[in-house]
Design a protein around this ligand. Structure first.
Ligand SMILES: [Zn+2]
Ligand SMILES: [Zn+2]
Length: 220
């Protein structure tokens, strides 16, 4: 969730609305909308609560179809077409994941600058200029995968999630000259090491790295 002085943009519906409300002191008028990346439960599991509370939820046509939900608050967006949510300008871009039309977002706010939000993607096809804050998946490290991991599970992982190495490559490919911080998100329980990942990304980029808790709030 991104919070600026007078508005808050929920990134994904994977957290109970009750928790979001608590985090913003029950000031529901602050919430300007919720942006969804794809249809997997950990990213949209609570969407019904959000819609029932009149929160506009933005998602690709493929995501809307996969969730199979009908509400006037479902707003379909198109990759590469900028849309506005409250004080935020949002550019969706395609990501690489095993689902229907997944997207990431480049979010701009006059006070906070440019925020990249990319999760559940085995590589990042785009590069961006003038990034100020980065929230990026860093799911696993190849050396932490079990040797006897079933082939099908392994190949699914390699073609759906961002490894530490690919995360670093993606960061290197981007303009980080104005980046203030990098938040690593979506770390696998079994195949990640938060301390090691933070150190590695800080060493490669020279930028302070944070590790996200579930349902993290970022005041920008
Ligand atoms: Zn997913
Ligand atoms: Zn996920």
């Amino acid at each position: 969730m991104l919070e600026s002085d007078n508005s808050c943009l929920i990134i994904e519906a994977g957290v109970k609305l009750k928790e979001v409300k608590k985090a913003i002191n029950y000031n529901m008028s602050k919430i300007c909308g919720c942006i969804l990346t794809h249809e997997h439960k950990d990213h949209c599991g609570y969407i019904r609560e959000y819609l029932q509370n009149g929160i506009r939820c933005y998602m690709s046509g493929g995501t809307a179809e996969a969730i199979n939900i009908d509400s006037p608050y479902v707003k379909k967006i198109t990759p590469k077409c900028v849309f506005t949510v409250g004080a935020y300008k949002v550019l969706p871009f395609r990501t690489k994941h095993d689902c229907s039309e997944p997207v990431g977002y480049l979010i701009n706010h006059t006070e906070c600058g440019n925020i990249l939000f990319a999760t559940d993607t085995y590589y990042l096809p785009n590069t961006f200029k003038n990034l100020n804050h980065i929230l990026i998946e860093c799911n696993y490290a190849a050396e932490l995968l079990e040797e006897d991991m079933p082939k099908s599970r392994k190949s699914r992982l390699l073609t759906s999630h961002l490894s530490l190495t690919t995360c670093i490559d993606a960061l290197r490919a981007n303009d980080l000259s104005k980046a203030r911080n990098i938040m690593l998100i979506h770390l696998s329980n079994a195949h990640s090491n938060a301390v090691q990942f933070k150190k590695a990304v800080e060493a490669e980029t020279g930028i302070p790295v944070l590790i996200a808790e579930k349902g993290v709030i970022m005041e920008v």
